[in-house]
Design a protein around this ligand. Structure first.
Ligand code: RAM
Length: 947
């Protein structure tokens, strides 16, 4: 009887259980990596994140509904696409495959997922995406502008005024929906009735304007009112027609106007009235143009703003523009593509208030913003009509407290404001420029500026934050702070080298060395996808990728360089690896192959680049291990390693897109290059060697006078990192690498190409203790040395500043991310979060807790599969790990080799059967594999390195 009751109860609860809905829920719905974007790809890729309170939860299927209206979607009527239940665990990179989409169409979608017990979760909240202008014929607008090149001729700089464009338009009824599609050759700010549209800066962004131009779409439904409205725009020269890089410095025959010399606007306002009528208002020859207060305007050189020349009321309706000129229309290039901006726009990402200000002389004040950054100053002040107020920007002060600006080289980098004498005060913020600075010296103000009247507007491409990293060690926290501020300052439209001097170029070497670090701090999927297009647009005719992109040569001799050009492979590879993105591989496969062919041809079928192989480029051999210390690792040896590495990445990418033939091909190339490398660059013992005599006196090579050597930190670190050696050889290389560091007093000798693999290679071969010593090193060259000398960003050189030696002359930036590539090791080794398959679908948790001066650490990374957290704490000899693993992923947690009964897992002794021995990286370790959930493990600190 009792038994029967139990049985009944069991069945009741069981049926309750099976009919209960799963709590597996989809959120953070995105299309093409963005929330509610406007896009112009025919098959946008959709993604979502999953949450559930159930441990080890995963998705066994999903259903996506896409409808043409929110009502239809709510009713479950997916008139555009109903995937029905699709089996599988995919939550990203799912290509829309419903009805073909038209220009301007808004798509509403939602998704639900089935859990591991095959129970469906609830529908997600709805999300949208909108199609842009898909046909060339959708564009009715002309490029309009005003040629002002005859004005403002300076001796060295020729910075013409910024044109102002305007037109009054009649809005004939109540607006239901209005969109502004807008772009420019140059830069634009668009206003409706005096209000700036959107929050973006430096639009429409930088591309190879001969091939491609991006446009923005803004929802302006609420900005128009029935009756007369004023459309206005200020345009500037920007990357299109302004100064680029160090062209002036190197006396390049062309210093500006690289793509054109007259900026132009192209805008189209599309209105849908509540009565169903539609109207398009487009830029054409009926617009009027003038110039006014922006007397000079350039990204590198800054702005001159004469407030006495303000065109008061120009951006309001009924302004009398009869004295304004007729615009000129500029015909479009037929082969230029006009596309939706695919990246993250440059926006204000933070605000800074000044730390202090100091009087430097009569009417001169030096304001310390407390942090080196890229951006602008917004200031409020009172001045008399005609007063000139000059803003000078610098990253550092000379020991005597004066502003240091010599490292800006030929970038004038100043803003000048001429006051209108408004008794209520005036507010100034320049528009089409930015500066890299911590200090601003304000000259010409008759009183000390109020600290509350100055704001630092921090600009960066708005890549969503994806990482956090914190320890109980102030030095490590400072280093992480420096890394993220440097990334923020330089992930600005393109991955630039620096934000301050006459350069600010998308240097490919810096970009490839740092890209993985970048992905750990921010979601750079959209930003990186955009830049990889720039990079491929800039591929040279011979198949090599350039030394920077986008940009035509700002020095005629800038062509290609080993360690830089491979960004064409490494950067898209990282986007694939971090986000599971195979589309980027397919999109650029032909170009990447062309590059590999370039290498093969260049190696003359020998699969090795022997000494002087790259003597034709300038500098000879390319940039090599740029800014290294001591003897140089031969650039051609590095070129060979990079060749092998590129082949191995191509092999992996071919596999990811299911191309077995190419996979086999690149496997073979990888094998051949490895073999040829070892044959040429190692001796019988396996030591790395080179024929230094081949370089003669080294003339023409970067730091050639230092001499060349194969047996270097950089060489071994790269070889280990790139998997070029078999296991016995790896052991030897590991020993030599460690020795080279220890014998050098635990100091680096590495430059841009050696830093990235350095600590990862040490840790991968059991020398994490040495890696930690490098991390904590305070003497030159080291990160600690920079910090001890006051750095709050990452410096270009290990000795960009020393208290004794001051500033080395010439090339010197205090905001340069290449040496920040240690970030990768911080996440992967210190925090121990390491992906083992694309998009963090599987990962390893293996923190290295041995540093005596860190007792706690917490890091998180928001991957495309959700947020991973790894934290550890040491108390006495007990280590506690707290780990969070997102739904739909599995983590392999590495354990110390102590008997399992010493390990507690979520408060209980860990059962021995849960422990599996697994090869992790290069080591066989005890591991526990877990699904999603939060786990707390604690164990006695072991003697073994890493635990
Ligand atoms: C410098 C840049 C960059 C580097 C090149 C080789 O001018 O700042 O960091 O990649 O040179």
């Amino acid at each position: 009887m009792i038994q029967k009751l139990y049985l009944q109860l069991f069945f009741i609860s069981f049926s309750l259980y099976v009919s209960a809905q799963s709590d597996l829920k989809a959120s953070y719905l995105r299309s093409e990596y963005k929330i509610s974007p406007v896009i112009d790809v025919a098959h946008p890729r959709l993604s979502w994140e999953l949450t559930s309170s159930v441990n080890s939860q995963y998705q066994t299927g999903y259903q996506i509904l896409v409808a043409s209206s929110i009502t239809l979607l709510e009713e479950g009527k997916a008139d555009l696409w109903d995937t029905k239940k699709v089996t599988g665990n995919a939550t990203s990179q799912i290509e829309y495959a419903g009805s073909p989409l038209e220009s301007r169409q808004i798509c509403f979608w939602k998704v639900r997922s089935w859990d591991k017990k095959n129970q469906p979760g609830p529908w997600s909240a709805p999300a949208t995406w909108e199609m842009g202008l898909l046909q060339k014929t959708d564009w009715k607008a002309d490029f309009i502008g005003l040629n002002l090149n005859h004005l403002g001729k300076g001796k060295e700089y020729h910075l013409p005024p910024a044109p102002y464009l305007r037109k009054d338009v009649e809005i004939k009824g109540v607006v239901k929906k209005a969109r502004l599609y807008v772009t420019a050759l140059g830069l634009y700010e668009f206003q409706i009735n005096g209000k700036k549209i959107g929050r973006d800066y430096l639009t429409p962004g930088w591309t190879d304007y001969n091939k491609r131009l991006y446009y923005q779409t803004f929802d302006v439904s609420k900005d128009l009112r029935p009756g007369k409205n004023a459309l206005g725009s200020i345009i500037s020269y920007g990357w299109y027609a302004g100064y680029l890089g160090y062209a002036l410095l190197v006396r390049n025959p062309v210093v500006k106007n690289f793509y054109g010399d007259v900026p132009a606007l192209k805008a189209q306002l599309e209105i849908e009235y509540t009565n169903g009528q539609k109207e398009i208002i487009a830029t054409d020859n009926t617009w009027k143009a003038n110039y006014g207060p922006i007397v000079e305007s350039d990204i590198l050189n800054g702005e001159v703003y004469d407030a006495t020349k303000e065109l008061t009321g120009w951006n309001q309706p009924n302004f009398n523009d009869t004295a304004w000129k007729k615009v000129i229309t500029i015909s479009d290039k037929t082969d230029r593509q006009v596309q939706v901006y695919p990246g993250d726009p440059v926006q204000e990402v933070a605000r800074l208030t000044p730390k202090n200000s100091k009087q430097m002389g009569p009417n001169s004040y030096l304001v310390d913003m407390g942090q080196n950054f890229a951006g602008l100053i917004r200031i409020r002040f009172k001045a008399a009509k005609g007063d000139s107020i000059l803003f000078r920007f610098g990253e550092m002060l000379y020991p005597d407290g004066k502003l240091m600006t010599e490292n800006l080289r030929k970038a004038r980098g100043t803003d000048l404001y001429i006051a209108k004498g408004d008794p209520n005060g005036e507010i100034y913020e320049p528009r089409f420029t930015y500066h890299g600075f911590q200090y601003v010296q304000i000259e010409g103000l008759k009183y000390a500026p109020g600290m509350q009247d100055i704001l630092g507007i921090v600009l960066s491409s708005a890549t969503p934050k994806a990482g956090t990293f914190e320890t109980d060690n102030a030095f490590v926290n400072q280093l992480y702070h420096n890394i993220i501020w440097t990334q923020q300052s330089n992930y600005l439209e393109v991955p630039t080298d620096c934000p301050q001097r006459d350069e600010r170029l998308g240097w490919t070497g810096d970009a490839q060395a740092y890209v993985k670090s970048a992905t750990l701090n921010n979601d750079i999927a959209a930003f990186g996808t955009k830049w990889v297009v720039d990079l491929n647009d800039a591929q040279l005719a011979n198949g090599a990728y350039p030394v920077y992109a986008p940009a035509p040569s700002v020095r005629v001799t800038d062509t290609y360089s080993p360690g830089w050009m491979e960004a064409g492979i490494i950067y898209p590879y990282q986007i694939f690896r971090s986000y599971g993105d195979t589309k980027i591989i397919k999109a650029h496969w032909a170009e990447m192959k062309k590059f590999m062919q370039f290498l093969e041809t260049k190696s003359k079928g020998e699969y090795v680049f022997k000494e002087t192989a790259f003597a034709e480029v300038d500098p000879k051999g390319g940039f090599g291990d740029w800014l290294s210390v001591g003897k140089k690792t031969p650039p051609d040896m590095l070129a060979t390693m990079y060749y092998a590495y590129s082949a191995s990445l191509m092999q992996e990418m071919a596999a990811a897109i299911g191309d077995e033939k190419e996979e086999a091909h690149f496997k073979e190339v990888f094998g051949k290059v490895k073999a040829a490398f070892l044959k040429h660059y190692t001796n019988a013992e396996g030591k790395f060697i080179c024929n230094a005599a081949a370089y003669g006196n080294g003339k023409g090579y970067v730091d050639g006078e230092m001499g060349f050597e194969g047996h270097t930190q950089t060489a071994y670190a790269n070889a280990i990192f790139m998997n070029l050696l078999d296991s016995t050889h790896t052991l030897k290389a590991a020993k030599w690498l460690n020795e080279l560091v220890v014998k050098n007093g635990n100091k680096l000798t590495t430059g841009f190409l050696g830093v990235r693999p350095m600590l990862p290679a040490l840790s991968a071969t059991g020398n994490s203790e040495t890696a930690y010593k490098l991390l904590f090193q305070k003497e030159y060259p080291s990160w600690g040395f920079e910090i001890a000398n006051g750095a709050n960003t990452i410096w270009e050189r290990w000795n960009s500043f020393t208290r004794e030696g001051g500033f080395p002359a010439g090339m010197n930036s205090f905001n340069h991310y290449a040496f920040g590539s240690i970030c990768e090791w911080m996440f992967e080794n210190m925090a121990g979060i390491k992906e083992t398959s694309p998009g963090f679908k599987t990962l390893v948790i293996q923190p290295e807790v041995m540093a005596p001066n860190i007792n706690s650490l917490k890091a998180t990374h928001r991957s495309i599969n959700g947020t991973i957290a790894s934290a550890w704490q040491k108390k006495g000899d007990i280590v506690t790990l707290t780990i969070e693993v997102p739904v739909n992923t599995t983590a392999t947690i590495c354990l110390p080799p102590t008997p399992t009964n010493n390990i507690t897992f979520n408060g209980k002794a860990l059962v021995a059967t849960a422990v599996k021995s697994k090869l992790v990286g290069r080591r066989e370790l005890n591991t526990v594999t877990v699904g999603s959930g939060k786990y707390v493990l604690s164990y006695k600190k072991s003697a073994l390195s890493g635990f």
